[in-house]
Design a protein around this ligand. Structure first.
Ligand code: ADP
Ligand code: ASP
Ligand code: MG
Length: 404
């Protein structure tokens, strides 16, 4: 008799019939003799809808009130899931994040989990109940509701698996597992049987939204092995764990695309110490995360600085920077809202040469211009025009023969 944590994402609980389907899957697992903690997301689209409503009322909604609002999406689905189980005569109880003992820091809308007190859950399990927990939410020390960042139900599931010392953690979604690329964009993308935390983490943080990147980070830190699989069939999914056996032979594991990027170009900056420090400190103070950075020195002795930011942050960067450029004494500012970031990821790159050349050749042959390049030990990222991003993703996927 194992303890299993199952997480069902937004599409999997998207309507009444799907919630009933989830209840049946829980019933089956229980009939096999297992105890269950189930984490559910809000119905798909609900969190986006709530955000849109908040912004229609106030451009900059207060973050405490935002979390108060966003937490209701998951509160609906936990109660409905518990009711669906009751209809099958299965004892079940639903808990909000706070009731489940999930304590976070104070940072509304992207709170970090500080500790979990799983005692109430463990007690219910002992009493034979299925425990249903609201994903994506917790409570801070002052008793305020917090949320864990978009896609945060994945984190709730993995953190509960660690805190309850579960034997298994299963992330149920609307695709069969983690693929070599988004299967909705790249038709011949192939399901990956096993992937390492490091590769999954890169793919997730570079735009593969199948897993929230912080949840993968947490899983790596606490050694939580988990499986990503579909709630619509019984096919085996993708196991995510520390080491993967056939790693050596695989150079590129997958391709990720992030279409929500913007590029900021500051040309004709004075070439003197602390210029970059002044600019990037100002951006950091405005909570703008900068990603890829390229600095070039022109022959006139001035410097051109180009960097990418999240698309949502571009307008803010354009607002903050003119005052800073005036202070530095020069620099012309331009922002481009039409950027996508394409990345190839694989731990095999550590020991193989020529990966960058293969990627650049594939994009060159497709006539796609590379605007910026960044590399690390296990990834190569390029910024390209958003209009050609999906084509670029397919070209990269083919170049490394990742398809079926
Ligand atoms: P959930 O609501 O279950 O959390 P998400 O929508 O957050 O589901 O994530 C699943 C989606 O992630 C899939 O529908 C798929 O389009 C997308 N996706 C992006 N990259 C990948 C990938 N490499 N493998 C699988 N799915 C991916
Ligand atoms: N409902 C939240 C979101 O849409 C959390 C989740 O689905 O994981 O981001
Ligand atoms: Mg998700």
């Amino acid at each position: 008799m194992a303890l299993i944590v199952q997480k069902y994402g937004g599409t999997s609980v998207g309507d009444v019939d799907r919630i009933k389907n989830v209840a049946q899957r829980i019933q089956k697992t229980r009939a096999e003799g297992h105890r269950l903690v189930v984490v559910v997301s809000a119905r798909s689209g609900v969190t986006n809808e709530l955000i849109a409503r908040a912004k229609a009322i106030n451009d900059h909604p207060d973050t405490r009130e935002m979390d108060m609002l966003l937490a209701i999406g998951e509160q609906e689905t936990i109660a409905l899931t518990a009711m669906a189980l009751h209809a099958l005569n299965i004892p079940a109880v639903s808990y909000t994040g706070a009731q489940a003992g999930i304590f976070t820091d104070q940072v509304f809308t992207k709170a970090k989990i500080k500790k979990i007190n799983p005692q109430p859950i463990l007690k219910d399990l002992q009493d034979g109940k299925v425990v249903i927990v609201a994903g994506f939410q917790g409570i801070n020390e002052e008793g305020q509701i917090t949320t864990l960042g978009r896609g945060g139900s994945d984190l709730t599931a993995i953190a509960l698996a660690a805190a309850c010392r579960a034997d298994k953690c299963e992330i149920y979604t609307d695709v069969d597992g983690v693929y070599t690329a988004d299967p909705r964009v790249v038709k011949n993308a192939k399901k990956i049987d096993e992937i390492s935390y490091d590769e999954m983490l890169e793919l997730a943080s570079l735009g593969s939204k199948v897993m929230q990147s912080r949840s993968v980070e947490f899983a790596k830190q606490y050694g939580v092995v988990f499986e990503v699989r579909s709630s619509f069939n019984h096919n085996p999914g993708t196991i995510v764990k520390e080491e993967v056996a056939y790693m050596e032979k695989v150079v590129v594991r997958g391709v990720a695309l992030d279409k929500d990027q913007a590029k900021v170009v500051i040309s004709s900056l004075p070439d003197k110490p602390a210029t970059a420090a002044t600019i990037f400190n100002a951006l950091a103070n405005a909570s703008i995360n900068v990603d890829m950075i390229v600095q070039t020195v022109g022959h006139t002795g001035s410097v051109d600085l180009t960097f990418t930011v999240q698309r949502d942050d571009a307008a803010n960067a354009v607002k903050v920077l003119p005052a800073i450029l005036a202070q530095i004494g020069g620099g012309e500012l331009k922002a481009f809202d039409n950027i996508a970031k394409l990345s190839v990821v694989g731990v095999g790159m550590r020991t193989h040469a020529g990966v960058a050349a293969t990627l650049f050749t594939a994009l060159g042959n497709a006539g796609i211009n590379i605007q910026l390049i960044a590399t690390s030990e296990i990834k190569i990222t390029v910024a390209v025009d958003r209009a050609r991003a999906e084509e670029a993703q397919r070209a990269a996927h083919d170049a490394f023969a990742l398809g079926t």
